[in-house]
Design a protein around this ligand. Structure first.
Ligand code: SF4
Ligand code: SF4
Length: 76
């Protein structure tokens, strides 16, 4: 499973990736007065990489995850 990783500090908020995403799981959100692209629905991401290819600034990298829900495990 591939999921997009958005390098938030480098994201310009241009919105190209949002427009390119077929299932519309990316959105622009304002964080600390700056607009960033955010993957708001990782479960519905197909891993197609279109967002990463579309980003003019190389901000998105596709990373391998065992499953969409496998976040970093929290300590016991
Ligand atoms: S990998 Fe594809 S489905 Fe997932 S966020 Fe990017 S464009 Fe959307
Ligand atoms: S295309 Fe790239 S720079 Fe533009 S909003 Fe998406 S991640 Fe940010």
């Amino acid at each position: 499973m591939l999921l997009p990783h958005i390098n938030t500090p480098r994201c310009t908020g241009c919105g190209w990736c949002v427009a390119a995403c077929p299932p519309h799981v990316l959105s622009l959100q304002v964080v600390s007065w700056r607009k960033h692209s955010v993957l708001h629905e990782p479960d519905a991401c197909t891993g197609c990489s279109l967002c990463a290819r579309r980003c003019p600034f190389g901000v998105i990298t596709m990373i391998k995850t065992p499953s969409p829900l496998a976040e970093v495990p929290s300590p016991p």
